[in-house]
Design a protein around this ligand. Sequence first.
Ligand SMILES: NC(=O)c1ccc[n+]([C@@H]2O[C@H](COP(=O)([O-])OP(=O)(O)OC[C@H]3O[C@@H](n4cnc5c(N)ncnc54)[C@H](O)[C@@H]3O)[C@@H](O)[C@H]2O)c1
Length: 344
Amino acid sequence: MPVKYGVIGCGAIAQRRHIPECIANPESKLVALADPVRERVDELAGKHGAKAYTDYKEMLKDPNVDAVVVAGPNSLHAQQSIDALNAGKHVLCEKPMATTRDDAKAMLEAAKKNKKFLMIGLNQRLMPAHVKAKKILQSGVLGNVLSFRTAFQHPGPEGWSVDAGKSWFFKKGQAFMGVTGDLGVHKADLLRWLLGQEFTEVTGVLSTLDKRDPEGNLIELDDNAYLVLKTAGGILGSMILSWTNYGAEENYTVLLCQNGVLSLGTDTTYGVIVDYRNGERELHKVGEMSTNTKQVGSGIIDALTHSIATNTPPSIDGVEGYKSLDVILTAMEAAKEGKMKKIG
Ligand SMILES: NC(=O)c1ccc[n+]([C@@H]2O[C@H](COP(=O)([O-])OP(=O)(O)OC[C@H]3O[C@@H](n4cnc5c(N)ncnc54)[C@H](O)[C@@H]3O)[C@@H](O)[C@H]2O)c1
């Protein structure tokens, strides 16, 4: 029996990732789509043989829908996920899972109460370079990680969103977080997972340098951020986030370890490079990193489909989403207060 999906929010990520990945997997089927923009949802539903809804609550009444992808503006994630869980659907919610800790906790409660899976779209963990890196770190050949630097920088969401510069991404009430929430939550999650340790302290400087709303005013959200983080085991790291990298997208991580350096996404041919302390070098060709201009399979729908089909809880669940969100919310608070702040 294929897992039957409904998608709430038919924008860029739904069109470029969730819908195609749902169709590509023989074990999943796209059956319903919801978006308030009538022409958008009708066109997509017609193209893919799915039912169209302009009100997601109507879609949730459809008994044919087993699982729901929540892929609209950040401010709607929590309520729409809770409604879907209460309607007895499994949920894949896009990142950041919510805009407040209380909302994220309410999502965890709803999943527990309804005995349904809640997975979060933190797909960096599934990228081939990151999967390979995790294996290398777990093998112990590099010893302990001492510090890291990581960056995620692209030209901004106006070249990505279906509504371009008019989209929710630049509206504080709907996005709540700028680049720190958009890209930083991916990196907080990736590093928590790679290091196998929780972040305990964070500080940051957030700034709005170049992004403007349609009226020409600077947006009220950060478009650049520099964070400094510390883990429970004392690993020190820096994170650079930008929506104003008007060159090629950068998504790299360099881990300085006791026995050498592990570089991910720093080279276009070799996704993973290990430079050992004794001078030896290992080059690994792995699958490509997805970028805004070139999407490759993320594996996120496949992972939830497998979880549902085998009744195995997803590894990137709501609790993981909560912890990664907590790092980012604390970073935003730390930046405002101008100090290093404890997480959790
Ligand atoms: N995991 C990733 O790598 C990744 C990448 C891009 C975006 N995202 C996340 O996906 C989500 C959507 O981003 P996007 O890039 O597709 O944005 P987008 O602007 O391209 O599309 C948003 C869509 O949501 C729809 N929408 C607005 N209000 C709605 C409502 N009440 N109910 C249902 N739909 C509604 C809009 O009409 C639009 O079609 C965001 O949370 C974003 O952070 C995740």
